[in-house]
Design a protein around this ligand. Sequence first.
Ligand code: PYC
Length: 324
Amino acid sequence: MTTAEPIAIRIVDSHTEGEPTRVVVSGWPQPSGETMAERRDDLSARFDHLRRAVVREPRGFDAIVGALLTPPVNEGSTAGIVFFNNGTYLGMCGHGLIGVVRTLEFLGRLKPGKAYFDTPVGTVSAELFDDGSVSIDSVPAKLHARDVAVDVEGYGRIVGDVSWGGNWFFITHADQVPVDMAHVGELTRFTQAIQDAIRAQGITGADGGDIDHIEISAAPERADADCRNFVLCSGGAYDRSPCGTGTSAKMASLHARGELRIDDEWRQEGIAGGLFTGWLTLGENGEIMPHVRGSAFVTADATLRFDPKDPFRFGIPDAMHANA
Ligand code: PYC
């Protein structure tokens, strides 16, 4: 056994509007680094087998987003968080932050009120309310490029916005595939084809940022929603929730287009029927600050075991993993 090989990892599972979060509570060696970005890079370099072990089969499944808690890097923050999925690491994760807050409450480490968390893309805050709902104040969001055309094999020319909401998104209204649960397989193939085309055509976010989330907007099914979405995540699974960073990117795009005013509510329905309520405020220097409110529920408190004789103790390997 190497020093990096754990004997047991305690996890708490939750879901936020249908999308699962698995918080690593103990048993994972702490990464080194002064900043959360350095810690994420250290995790990737030294502990990537633990990312796979925690979220991939046979213990997990493709939709799970993991969250490793670290000591904070900023004074006043409750913890640092590195989010990860079946394929990679995330900048921020809105549904995941709501899940982390409810998990910390479950563990008796957080009470209703506001708390700050450090992530690789900046410090964010979250407020836990008495009814169990959580609102998050995320990193500044921005429309980067409007009406970008992508030629997608089998689907033709798709036009959408490139926006930042804590991750990079390509957001389109394309109506080639109905946006409902009956079509998630086709929607996944469609959005994966868009993502492949975006990469092949060299379209990026600012500073060459990889656009690793594809968001399709459609008319809502819920009477209390403004819009319904399907979001393909960076690991190739779709977001069961309305996607916190996707809702943030969408609101930034709408605002830049003059379709959403500061302080007005935006009710974003997810593909599974969950709802996030979002709104924008102006930051001190005129930045567009996104806020998202939703609910999460704890579903499990468990210990992951690592038998040295188990050939799959670190998850199914890349070559066997559809989205690796
Ligand atoms: O809620 O921001 C989010 C998110 C990103 C990927 C999955 N969920």
